[in-house]
Design a protein. Structure first.
Lengths: 711, 490
């Protein structure tokens, strides 16, 4: 539970958040007029943000307490009966995320200076990177669901803008639109989840929601639906099955953007969200999460095998790895999933930036155009290799530790619930496949003989502004998981520690419900003094959390050992196969492809998701919209015009009647005058009905005149 | 002046109109500047009202009251509460900006600006009047200039559009008139005083309430417009000149919702609660049907018109829920839609002035040719699709959060609207602004200073209220709480 945040901390965190936003604003209005179009400014601002983030992180390390959390909360909207605040929640997870986002964002800024040199919208690009960094930092700093949704949408906006950076290309603008719309479908579910929780609990704050869950104010299927709804947001943003289709297309964006947004940070937001809200997912919801993640991991890995575009291969790899993290969280491997989020952010950003360096050199994304680039681009090669070893799970590198933890958690879950052992088995196979397709990329790109001599001849190592980020990320890809600090700091939260009513009777029960703003902090403060007592009561969380980390220690340890050995074997096997196919060329990939033509087609068509959606979703929606337009024009408006036509016909008849019959009967001026006089006298009777009659009559006359003259 | 601030705000444009009518026909610039000045005064006064409005008070403020037609107990009774204030400010702001958006009108300049100022008086009056008869008079005053402004200065099918608008609105007026008379006659003593009708609603029986509610509803629904009474709107919008479209969408549509909240809700609580679910259903139909129709449009202006239908659906859904979040969301949505849609229509006008057509498919790649214009379009479009950080999100979120506890299934269906909205907006953005530039628009000039002057204030409001909506919510929350309470006295 969080205690009040000291003022200097608030200042630092607000600065971290707002500096990139300032960069965005400056770039939008003055960017093109600044020297060097302001790239130094944006990079400098995110640099300051990063330094502050590192200071905060070191501070957190200094405390070294798994339960460390500080919170500040301000009122935002208060209309009486509806209140929502904005606040910052800073705990170990936030500290790690700030670091990850800051580091990758800063390095991507740096890399972009080289990669986008001379681009048509150079300053605008840096502006967009700024608003992305702002949104992403906001997403990890905020302390309530509504704020999370706000920043969630804003990262979506910046993703849209950056994917469509080269919007002259139809494919780029299509991809940008697809990304925004696909993720928004997930956001509908997320918003429904938020509505359910708010309608039931009257709060958006994470801590208050957890407290309500702990106190049993919400539970059962309602909580499951809320959890599944929220998870829909993650399905969209983290490109999980069945909404994963936007991420490969998003590779239309500049490669540094792919590294930052579509590999390291934004797409991991779904994982972060599931982690952040972990306590409100019921076992049923977690099971849904686990299987969605599993399907994603397996499916995407299989597609990655047949990709020839280096970025597409990495994109499917990202989807697969995100599925890995989601599965981990689903089986209760809280630490494992978030751990992999961090390690993946570093090595996947490195892989993307490395591919960017290659694309920069050979001006192609197709691996058949590459080969043998190792000699021309040593730094790129070696760093890329380090990242590949990390993602493959080679012992000693960061990816090994986190992947191993995930496999351990899923095996422990499978040992506890044997019907779900398949999760572990499929994840293990995926680990092998991952090693295979990643080494395939390395062999095809950097090793062997150059397949396109001309491109090879012009290839060159990238400038320092691009290779320095690669080197820094390589160091992190190797060592960021060393020392066990992550496992010690990011520990699965306990529902019990949020319990207010049952365990802490000293705090009046009613206070929690209406606790907003100031008074709440005190209530919270009191509770932090008795956390140990809460740990002793496992009831709440045993019923709530679906196993995983909770199997008894001996079993967990055994699971861990099995997982480690098998995962090393799987990785080794994958690497070996890749070498045999693409290094030694002992087997011919071509032969396998011909033998398994149907499978290859299915994979290279990405299981036909795009085609199915194009017809089933996009086509249907457009058809319905055209039907609605036709209905509107012909039926609704047709009825209106039809009425007008009938009125017109009727008035023509009346007119005829008036001219021949009435007028024929009225003879002489005197008669007419008398009639008019009578009319006028009637108007002045003061009867309001007459006014109405007059109004209708005027309307009819006007209509008559207009209609007779034709529309 | 401050004692009669509402009268000044309402009738100052009329003074401007008189001055313009006295001016020589051949001095168009003088006429334009006079009109701008005449609409600037209400704007200044509305800012004064914004500053001096007592936010802690739920009741009426700045009240002016004099007997008018004693025989029928009709009074000149003006006053505003939290429901009216945002509308008064919106009306003053949009009228002022629209004078500048009308700058390139050169057909019968004198008549145009005179009618425009008369229109402003009518609109202001509707939002300030507290005597039902006076309300009705202003309502009708507004109708006439609107008819001519569309019918004379409109596009090719202006006469059809104008007559359609006129007849439709007249039908609404007749129903409203009937309801008004019924309410008047059934009340003892006979009165048009809304404040008395609110408090003494008990004299009306259940059946009577239901009938009057329906009659009033159709009258107001035509203005909103609620499906299936909406087909006048796309025609009127497409044919009307830019500034008039802005006023139509920005102010006139709000009068339907305003009328329901001002008159139906407090006077007919039994019927309000009885029909709440139906109102919510219509709201959801508006949201989805409007969005779907918008998606299929080829004419940009028609697309924006249908998007208005969709966005007004949020107001219906929110107000039907009668919860604090729902009510405040609905009225905030009125204000936000007013600013956003005004931007959109102004932006349509900008491109129409340059390219002389509005066919979405006929553009492409404008982002490279007109970057500033594209930037402002992006702000308006994203505000319209409810992007957080811009004003539309807050009101939509409030509506959803307020409606969900009351109408769960309906709200879940309505949330799908956010995907459809994003769909037609991004698709339009792509077709018009992204891709390669159409050769024939190689020399299209970017947005000019006058156009920026009309758009930038609105963009600033859209952004500020997206981040910090309390200035508007503070104005209205107490009064809306009171209205919700009045509507639930069953």
């Amino acid at each position: 539970m969080a205690t009040n945040m000291p003022a200097d901390m608030v200042t630092s965190l607000v600065l971290i958040l707002l500096l990139p936003l300032a960069g965005f604003a400056i770039q939008m209005f003055f960017g093109t007029r600044l020297p060097r179009k302001g790239d130094w400014l944006s990079t400098g601002l995110i640099g300051i943000s990063l330094v502050l983030g590192i200071v905060m992180f070191i501070r957190t390390l200094g405390v070294f307490d798994a339960g460390y959390a500080r919170q500040v909360h301000w009122p935002w909207i208060d209309i009486g009966g509806f209140r929502v605040g904005m606040g910052i929640l800073f705990d170990n997870l936030t500290a790690v995320m700030l670091m990850v986002v800051g580091i990758v964002s800063f390095l991507v800024h740096l890399f972009s200076i080289g990669y986008l040199h001379g681009d048509v919208r150079y300053s605008r690009y840096f502006g967009y990177l700024g608003i992305f960094s702002f949104s992403m930092l906001g997403l990890v700093l905020c302390d309530n669901l509504l704020a999370l949704y706000v920043f969630w949408e804003l990262v979506g906006l910046s993703s849209y803008l950056l994917i469509g950076h080269w919007f002259e290309k139809k494919s780029a603008s299509d991809a940008a639109k697809k990304a925004f719309l696909t993720t928004r479908i997930g956001d509908v579910g997320m918003f429904i989840g938020i509505m359910i929780l708010y309608a039931k609990l009257g709060t958006f704050r994470f801590d208050e929601i957890f407290a309500a869950v702990a106190d049993g104010e919400i539970g059962g299927s309602l909580l499951t639906w809320a959890g599944v709804g929220l998870f829909c947001g993650a399905i969209g943003k983290s490109a999980q099955f069945p909404l994963h289709v936007w991420l490969p297309d998003a590779m239309e964006g500049p490669t540094p953007v792919s590294a930052l947004i579509h590999a390291a940070t934004m797409v991991a937001a779904g994982v972060y969200m599931v982690g952040r809200l972990f306590l409100l997912f019921t076992p049923e919801a977690l099971l849904v999460i686990a299987y969605i993640g599993l399907i994603t991991a397996v499916m995407a890995a299989s597609i990655a095998i047949v990709q020839t575009d280096i970025k597409k291969a990495l994109a499917y790899s990202t989807i697969s790895q995100l599925g890995y993290m989601i599965t981990a969280l689903g089986v209760g491997g809280y630490t494992a999933g978030l751990f992999h989020l961090m390690t993946h952010a570093f090595f996947k950003a490195l892989l993307f930036l490395g591919s960017g360096s290659v694309i920069h050199a050979v001006h192609s994304q197709e691996m058949p155009d590459m080969g043998g680039l190792r000699k021309k681009m040593p730094v790129t090669f070696w760093t890329f290799l380090v990242a590949t070893l990390a993602i493959s799970g080679v012992p000693g590198l960061s990816g090994f530790f986190s992947k191993d933890m995930i496999l351990g958690a899923s095996l422990a879950f499978g040992m506890e619930h044997s019907s779900h052992l398949i999760i572990f088995l499929l994840l293990l196979v995926t680990a092998g496949v991952t090693a295979f397709y990643m080494f395939r990329v390395v062999f095809l790109t950097f090793l062997g003989r150059p397949r396109d001599e001309e491109r090879y001849a012009h290839a060159h190592e990238s400038p320092a502004v691009m290779t320095i980020p690669l080197t820094v990320l390589a160091v992190l890809a190797v060592g960021s998981a060393w020392g066990g600090w992550f496992q010690a700091l990011v520990v699965k939260p306990e529902l019990g520690q949020y319990r207010t009513a049952a365990v802490a009777p000293a705090v009046p029960g009613g206070e929690h419900g209406e606790a907003h703003a100031g008074e709440h902090h005190e209530a919270v403060h009191d509770e932090t003094t008795i956390p140990d007592a809460l740990h002793a009561d496992p009831e709440g969380h045993e019923t709530h959390v679906a196993g995983g980390d909770h199997a008894d220690h001996g079993a967990a340890h055994r699971a861990h050992q099995i997982a480690m050995i098998t995962s090393i074997l799987a990785a080794g096997l994958g690497i070996l196969l890749a070498w045999l196919f693409y290094g030694r060329r002992l087997f011919s990939a071509e032969t396998v492809r011909r033998r398994l033509a149907a499978v290859h087609l299915l994979l290279s068509k990405k299981y036909y998701f795009d085609e199915i959606y194009a017809v089933g979703v996009v086509g249907t929606t457009l058809w319905v919209s055209r039907a609605a337009r036709a209905f509107d024009t012909h039926v609704v408006d047709g009825a209106v015009n039809g009425t007008a036509w009938r009125a017109r016909g009727f008035s023509w008849f009346i007119g005829l009647f008036d001219n021949t019959v009435i007028d024929g009967m009225v003879n002489g001026v005197a008669g007419t005058v008398t009639a008019w006089g009578r009319q006028f006298r009637r108007i002045q009777t003061g009867k309001i009905q007459n006014y109405l009659l007059g109004l209708v009559a005027v309307a009819l006359i006007l209509a008559f005149v207009r209609l007779v003259r034709g529309f | 002046m401050t004692g009669h601030v509402l009268s000044w705000t309402t009738f100052f444009p009329l003074i401007g109109m008189a001055v313009i009518l006295a001016m020589p026909r051949n001095r168009p610039n003088l006429i334009k500047w006079t009109a701008a000045a005449a609409s600037a005064v209400p704007l200044v006064l509305s800012v004064w009202i914004f500053v001096n409005f007592d936010r802690g008070e739920a009741g009426l403020q700045f009240v002016e009251r004099v007997p008018w037609i004693r025989a029928f107990n009709i009074e000149y009774f003006m006053g505003i509460d939290g429901l009216s204030v945002p509308m008064v400010i919106l009306t003053a702001l949009l009228s002022f900006l629209c004078m500048f958006a009308s700058w390139n009108i050169n057909k019968m300049v004198k008549g145009y600006f005179a009618l425009f100022l008369l229109l402003e008086t009518g609109m202001m009056g509707v939002f300030c009047a507290l005597d039902f008869f006076l309300f009705f008079v202003f309502w009708e005053v507004m109708l006439l200039p609107m008819y001519f402004l569309i019918g004379i200065w409109g596009g090719p099918r202006r006469e059809y559009a104008a007559i359609k608008f006129f007849l439709y609105t007249l039908l609404g007026s007749v129903l409203m008139l009937l309801s008004m008379i019924a309410l008047y006659l059934m009340h003892d003593p006979h009165t048009f005083d809304m404040t008395r009708l609110w408090t003494e609603y008990g004299v009306y029986g259940r059946t009577f309430q239901l009938i009057v509610y329906v009659a009033l509803f159709i009258g107001f629904a035509i203005k909103v417009p609620v499906f299936p009474f909406h087909t006048w709107l796309p025609d009127a919008h497409v044919e009307a000149p830019t500034a008039i479209s802005v006023i139509l969408a920005g102010v006139l549509l709000k009068m339907g919702i305003y009328g329901m909240l001002r008159i139906s809700y407090p006077i007919l609580p039994v019927a309000t609660v009885y029909f709440a679910y139906g109102l919510a259903v219509l709201g959801v139909i508006n949201i989805l049907y409007g969005a779907l129709c918008a998606m299929a449009q080829k004419d940009l202006k028609k697309l924006v018109a249908y998007s208005s239908i969709s966005h007004m659906g949020y107001c219906l859904l929110g107000m039907a829920a009668l919860t604090p979040a729902g009510m405040n969301g609905a009225v905030l949505q009125m204000f936000n839609h007013g600013t956003t849609t005004a931007m959109l229509f102004l932006l349509v006008g900008v491109i129409y002035d340059r390219a002389h057509h509005r066919d979405i498919e006929g553009f492409g790649g404008l982002a490279t040719q007109m970057p500033v214009y594209t930037g402002i379009v992006t702000v308006a479009f994203f505000a319209s699709l409810g992007l957080p950080g811009l004003s539309g999100f807050i009101s939509e979120a409030l509506v959803f959060l307020g409606a969900f506890p009351v109408f769960q299934t309906l709200t879940i269906i309505a949330v799908i609207g956010i995907v459809l909205t994003a769909g037609y907006i991004l698709w339009t953005l792509q077709r018009m602004f992204l891709g390669t530039l159409n050769e024939k628009y190689k020399s299209l000039p970017d947005i000019n200073g006058r156009e920026l002057f009309t758009l930038v204030p609105l963009a600033i409001i859209v952004i500020v209220l997206g981040v910090w909506p309390m200035p508007v919510l503070d104005l209205m929350r107490r009064s809306l709480g009171w209205i919700a309470e009045m509507a639930q006295r069953v």
